[in-house]
Ligand binder design. Sequence first.
Ligand code: NI
Length: 170
Amino acid sequence: MLRPLVLYPDPVLAKVSEPVHHIDNSVRELALDMLDTLKTVGGIGIAAPQIGIFRRIVIIDKSLEDLTDDVEKPQDFVFVVNPVITVIDKVKHIENEGCLSVPELRAKVARPRRVAMEGLDLDGKPVRYEGDGYFGACLQHEVDHLDGKLFLDHLSYLKRSMYEKKMKKK
Ligand code: NI
């Protein structure tokens, strides 16, 4: 079921999401709603709070894990419940980011270069994804959502206020 996206500056996007204690059918249904919404609006990842559900669930596009061969692969969405990020290489790396909840903005964000995401799939089995570059940024971006952070929070005050001004004019 398609659910409406929560958009900035809705203050609920700053809420910290709760861990999932039991992966039951209600959690799976919610995850499928996230997937429907992501596929409908078109994107490479989504976190539960972006559809107004404050649980620690994200969807990432695993096809971005290896972009070295330059071949465009079909999107391969995977669910991660209670994802935890481990930094593997903390050297800062810059990617151009955007977000379904922050319309009409793409901006450069510096984050640790290589990370791993560990959590559970919808069967409760452990999963682990690791990557750098764009994929690494995506992993960190989605977990940020669960902690009430947007990529906007990584930008300078100036860049952020320019964006806010632009959106107010609409
Ligand atoms: Ni986002």
